[in-house]
Write a protein that binds this ligand. Sequence first.
Ligand code: GN1
Ligand code: MG
Length: 361
Amino acid sequence: MELKNSNYTLEELRIVLGYFSIDVTSFHLKVLTAGYINDTFLVSRSDKPLYILQRINHDIFEDIDGLMQNVSSALKVLKATDYAQIIMVSTTSGNYHVKAFDGYWRLMTFIPNSTTFNTTTKEYIAYEAGRIIGKFHALLQHENPMEYADTIPNFHNLSHRSVAFKDALRDADPSKLEIADAAIKYAKSTLQKLKTIPVDKLTLRVCHNDTKLNNILFSKETNKALALIDLDTIMKGYFFYDFGDTVRTIVNTAPEDEQDHSKITFNLNLLESFVKGLSSNSSFLTKAELASLPLGTVFMPFIHGLRALTDYLNNNKYYKVSYENQNLDRCKSLFAFSEKAWANQKEIQDILANYFPELLA
Ligand code: GN1
Ligand code: MG
């Protein structure tokens, strides 16, 4: 039977589920469409969500073994009374993933009564997001980043992204270059300005690398943040990546592909709540890392915008798009937000200094 929005039939998905050590009777499957990369399915029984089944996008994540090893290593230390545990279900032959129907599949437990938000206007949600990002890093702080595989090499490396952008400019359809002209100009000038982000004094950490708000699980009952999900990009990185990525999806109350730019906000109250939440779990952060955070709020939306622009010029090869120009809309909106982040550097520094007085010392 066909399943709406799915490349796989229900029969195929039931066969995949059969590889895992679970009772496979009377499941209901639903496609979750929020992600741009993997294929994700919610597995329920009698309306009760029980598991998340995923087909990992093997074109993008080439080292599946390294990726699954990273996730396993991180889940071993992501354990605390105030951090919900996601459990990977093993297959009947004792692995955490299985190859079937041209793809690699894994199954994870669904945390009961949990939900996610794409955007928020609520200060307590922003606070909770900051608290859980801090908790995630506090739990992982003693892991050796060099023991984690690069699941996507150079993922947040701006010079690497800049080369890919220039290659796309060279090969793009001239009509696309014209349509995207303003965005291309903004990208070129911002690349010049961001070229010199000093990272040599920053601690290399095991980061999440995709900490947008909808990758944080919240309790439906208490609104407390429970855990971070979408662990495929757990690998080495700098804390400002994770900070900047959450900021871009919290202090902007509009979605990341918002076409009406008058709706894009840089809400300082939400930023303050987020920073306050972070400061409750932040003893691992060094002064150099704290000092890198304001620029991180420019860097992350910019690099995401640049990747979206590159993919637009490359005819949408990387991201799943729901309409032809979605990558360009995402780019323009992300660039508009990064401009607001530039304009608010002083305000961001002041808020950080309030919660991290060591910045002034
Ligand atoms: C992609 O598929 P999803 O939504 O988890 C991307 C992230 C971006 C995100 C949206 C591996 O993540 O970097 O933040 O789209 N993940 C990958 O902008 O490229
Ligand atoms: Mg992701």
